[in-house]
Design a protein around this ligand. Sequence first.
Ligand SMILES: C[S@@+](CC[C@H](N)C(=O)[O-])C[C@H]1O[C@@H](n2cnc3c(N)ncnc32)[C@H](O)[C@@H]1O
Length: 387
Amino acid sequence: MTDDSGPERRSLAELLSKNGVLTSPWLREAVEAVPRELFLHPGVFLDEGGFWRPVTATGTDAAEWLKIAYSYDTLTTQLDGHLTADQTADPVRGVPTSSSTTPATVISMIESLGLESDHRVLEIGTGTGYSSALMCHFLGADNVSTVEVDPEVAERADIALETLGYSAWTAAGDGLLGHPRRAPYDRVIATCAVRRIPHTWVRQTKPGGVILSTVGSWPYGTGLAKVTVDDNGTAEGQIIGRSSFMQARSQAVVPVAGDLSARTAYADSERETKVPPTLLDDWVPAFLAQLAAPGAHLVRAQSDGTPLLYLFDPDRESFAEFLAHDGGWTVRQGGPVPLWDRIEEALVAWEAAGQPEIDSIRLRITQASHHYWIEGAPDLNWEHRLD
Ligand SMILES: C[S@@+](CC[C@H](N)C(=O)[O-])C[C@H]1O[C@@H](n2cnc3c(N)ncnc32)[C@H](O)[C@@H]1O
């Protein structure tokens, strides 16, 4: 392994320890051993107020490159599902589709997996391969399987891992299907967000094994689910905190195009709201809203400078439109599912229960259902059936 970045790796480990993120001695060793810069080839995009500035390893002063590689930030490595930093000289607009997540998040997730040296792990969302490398350092590469949906991203990660001597089981494919070839696993970790934990992951995990994944799809409204698999093909656990990741590719939300007022022309009902829809700007209410109305998207738009707010469920052809007026909000709803009625009921119950944090939410997964609830709050209880 290269020693060029030894001081930066040790400083990163020190900072992570000081911040209380890094606690396991083995993981500290891994952070000190694995060069993050190796996983950033050919380069990264730095966020500069709406534009992404490409920075490549070869086009950047060595000290500056190391400073970027060991920053505490998420480093975007691909935009719009194809663009890498070596393919453009100028700053560009775009949506990040692959990255090296901030070490703070990667490390705290690995810490909460409770890994033991003989564990077999499945990672969904290889990305750069940096997090895979940290686990390979401890478990041995043969115990690490990692699935990446983008074949080019998977190949770059595989090359970087091999450079360090880690012949992990890297596979290009849809991680929502897991990786049955190396199952069963002791641990499954997803570093992309999913709308719900697929039952395939439960099936591919040993009884007593743990699955850790960000669930939800609304920005600033997703939670980190940690569930333990039972011996009867179910899994149960809780949302252990707030968490934010790019969405699994097949589930990425495509912005609603066109004029939403055309979709909301015919409403079935109109009334005053009991709580303001702006409550959905807050993390826990946004998470609860997705439990109360799975499939609904929160859409913000503008008309002649006036902010507009909608809930929209394309599959159920249902909407809610919010109109602000002096002292309150009017909601107009249409379609078979009264989206706001359901969400509002959850928000009122959440306020009545004393606004519990996201980690009070429990969940149980069976093959046919996902059940979420908050202990002691009977109105905060949802069963999403798949059959
Ligand atoms: C935030 S990055 C991964 C971060 C990475 N593990 C690290 O070392 O920091 C998320 C990755 O998930 C991948 N991804 C998205 N949907 C996926 C899916 N359905 N199956 C597997 N990978 C997926 C993306 O292409 C992207 O590379």
